[in-house]
Ligand binder design. Structure first.
Ligand code: ADP
Ligand code: MG
Length: 347
């Protein structure tokens, strides 16, 4: 009886060993490029069964990212955004991607009650001009522009057409385009049968499945006071994490720094929030909401995140004198991991 039991254990061990030895191993393939004004990294896990498709899929991802970047850039002469801005109030046929993103932008403007608004472009242009000329915009200029700002100026028409109803209105998709590009790239990986991957567009990150060591992806959130340090870390699967803040990009006028995120409701750069991190099921949502949290009052912003369901969470750092105060949403702690267990080499 005893020897029979021993034999069964031995057979199980041998089967386990055989499975372990012959199981396809996951390897990581990654590439990075300078795109959308930042370093974009894509990493994908593959095994012997998917090895042949890796390079083609990664190439496909890059071409999609370039395509989106071109159609949503303010710097590309014939981008959809430039065409819409120049044609207003006439309509323009957009790419299906721009069309879909315009609809999403209007949605985020609605749920944030105007804290997120891509029609903030004329205010951004005013502060940009101020930084070039080193002259602070005056309150009259700021007020004059405010009537061109508001998502009601964007009209979505059938068959991929859209228009800006107000002649002087213009849009800037900088607060949402990277997130959208990351989501489109994720779709390509999935369509090609890759479940485990990471796309990082300068801090707008989406992680699919698990990392190449078969563990949940761990992402570090940088310390705004010391960018070489990580202040928090989160553990995610099939989720996006995005950080917005006033510490990397800003306008400088007469020696003072002003945030590149403008409150569309006032026309002035946001103040107070140093950085806002949002975790969400997709990168568009995380991107739009992290920009919004920089604008909203911290309690209102956190309440909005809580109302969006169990997969959405936030971590906001607010300046209080010389100190930074942390605000976390209800679901944040369950996604957080101890810093000691985080290592940049995790993925
Ligand atoms: P980053 O580009 O640094 O990751 P964000 O995602 O927060 O940061 O986007 C900031 C950009 O969004 C700005 O540079 C500008 O193009 C645009 N923007 C600024 N303020 C707003 C706003 N209130 N709503 C929507 N877009 C904004
Ligand atoms: Mg954003």
């Amino acid at each position: 009886m005893r020897s029979k039991f021993g034999l069964i254990i031995l057979i199980c061990l041998i089967i386990g060993l055989v499975v372990f030895v012959f199981m396809p191993r996951m390897k990581k393939y990654s590439e990075s490029q300078l795109l959308m004004g930042t370093i974009v990294e894509v990493a994908v896990c593959y095994d012997s069964r998917t090895e042949d498709k890796v390079q083609d899929t990664v190439d496909h991802v890059w071409s999609k990212l370039h395509e989106i970047s071109n159609s949503m850039s303010l710097q590309v002469a014939d981008s959809d955004v430039v065409k819409l801005n120049l044609a207003s109030p006439k309509s323009v046929k957009c790419s299906p991607e721009t069309y879909s993103l315009l609809k999403k932008a209007k949605y985020f403007s609605e749920i944030t009650k105007g804290a997120f608004d891509v029609t903030v472009a004329p205010s951004i242009a005013l502060w940009k001009k101020g930084s070039i000329e080193n002259v602070l915009p005056n309150s009259k200029e700021i007020d004059n522009i405010s009537r061109f700002v508001g998502s009601e100026h964007i009209q979505i028409l059938p068959s991929n057409y859209a228009r800006l109803l107000e002649r002087n209105a213009s849009i800037d998709l900088g607060g949402i385009a990277k997130g959208f590009a990351v989501d489109e790239a994720s779709n390509i990986f999935r369509e090609q049968g890759f479940k485990n991957f990471l796309i990082d567009a300068g801090g707008d990150i989406y992680v699919g499945g698990k990392n190449c060591k078969n563990k949940k992806w761990r992402i570090g959130i940088r310390d705004p006071k010391d960018k070489s340090r990580v202040t928090h870390a989160v553990e995610l699967t099939d989720a996006a994490v995005t950080t917005s803040g006033d510490y990397e990009r800003y306008f400088e006028i007469q020696g003072k720094r002003y945030s590149h995120i403008i409150d569309p409701r006032t026309g002035y750069p946001q103040k107070g929030v140093v950085s806002a991190t949002v975790i969400a099921p997709n990168a568009v949502m995380a991107d739009a909401l992290s920009t919004s949290l920089c604008v909203l009052n911290v309690n209102q912003g956190t309440a909005l995140i809580d109302a969006l369901g169990s997969e959405v969470a936030s971590f906001t750092l607010l300046k209080k004198g010389e100190e930074l105060e942390e605000y976390v949403s209800r679901n944040y702690e369950k996604m957080r991991v101890k810093l000691e267990s985080f290592s940049k080499t995790d993925y």
